[in-house]
Design a protein around this ligand. Structure first.
Ligand code: ZN
Ligand code: ZN
Length: 266
């Protein structure tokens, strides 16, 4: 099992140490864990940067890596909170650091965090969702210094009432354009198993979108739990892998030193 999306107390929304998370991975007999702590540039209307100190981050990941070398492989990635105008700022940040893996996620639209700043409030669901995917499209057009696009239909989980989530056909053309760019630029997507934990009936992305990605020729896909607590490390990994196999995927991918490696789905 390879969990390529977990957090530690280097993220503002996680209070568990790297070691807490790693011990759980060892207990679950996992092969690799990749920490992907948050970097969020220019969030909220005040445009605050929320970031960990990379020196401390790499010191800690290296220390844990060697301490548990015999038990589990530990990698150091990052989850960047992208907005269309932040490409250059993230480029210079990423190029300075020896990350193994970069997830590009969209958590904010127009400097408003979808959750914390109530992006969905007072908006028609379809309009909000279209605005969100249009922004993702701009991000993939403007920026390619990432490995996978994170939890693409994340916005669904923030509807207070899930019956308001627009039908996929209302925005699928935008997702198609996004996937085409992701695929042609040699990048991937992730299957993020956290959706179910937020009460949705699916992972991110939902099955229709996993099928679409495959149909368009998409092959590069990682599996991540998005665990913010040890309990959820490796969450639903086997089920997620089976789902991908049932949909015709032959490999999942892992990343080291920003290079991808296919792992055949058993
Ligand atoms: Zn995220
Ligand atoms: Zn995350």
């Amino acid at each position: 099992m390879y969990d390529f999306h977990i957090h530690s107390d280097f993220s503002m929304d996680c209070k568990y140490s790297m070691e807490d998370m790693v011990l759980e991975g060892v207990r679950k007999n996992m092969r690799s864990l990749c920490f992907t702590d948050h970097i969020e540039f220019q969030v909220t209307e005040k445009k605050i940067d929320i970031a960990f100190r990379t020196k401390d981050y790499f010191r800690k990941t290296n220390q844990i890596k060697y301490k548990y070398l015999k038990d589990i492989e530990i990698l150091a990635g990052v989850e960047i909170g992208m907005q269309p105008h932040l490409g250059e700022q993230y480029n210079s940040f990423i190029n300075e650091e020896p990350f193994d893996f970069v997830i590009m996620s969209i958590h904010s639209v127009k400097n408003r965090d979808i959750f914390f700043d109530g992006f969905l409030d007072k908006k028609k669901p379809v309009e909000a969702v279209l605005e969100y995917y249009k922004d993702i499209l701009k991000c993939v057009k403007n920026f390619d210094n990432y490995d996978v696009l994170g939890h693409i239909d994340l916005i669904d989980r923030y509807f207070k009432n899930f019956s308001l989530i627009p039908e996929t056909k209302k925005y699928i053309d935008l997702v198609k354009s996004i996937f085409k760019i992701v695929i042609s630029s040699g990048k991937g997507i992730e299957l993020n198993t956290s959706g179910i934990r937020y009460g949705l009936k699916y992972y991110h992305p939902k099955i229709e979108l996993l099928k679409l990605y495959k149909k368009l020729g998409g092959e590069i896909i990682t599996i991540g739990s998005d665990a913010h607590e040890p309990n959820f490390v490796g969450y639903d990994y086997k089920k997620a892998e089976k789902l991908l196999r049932d949909l015709g995927y032959k490999y999942i991918f892992i990343f080291k030193d920003r290079k991808k490696f296919p792992i055949r789905i058993s």
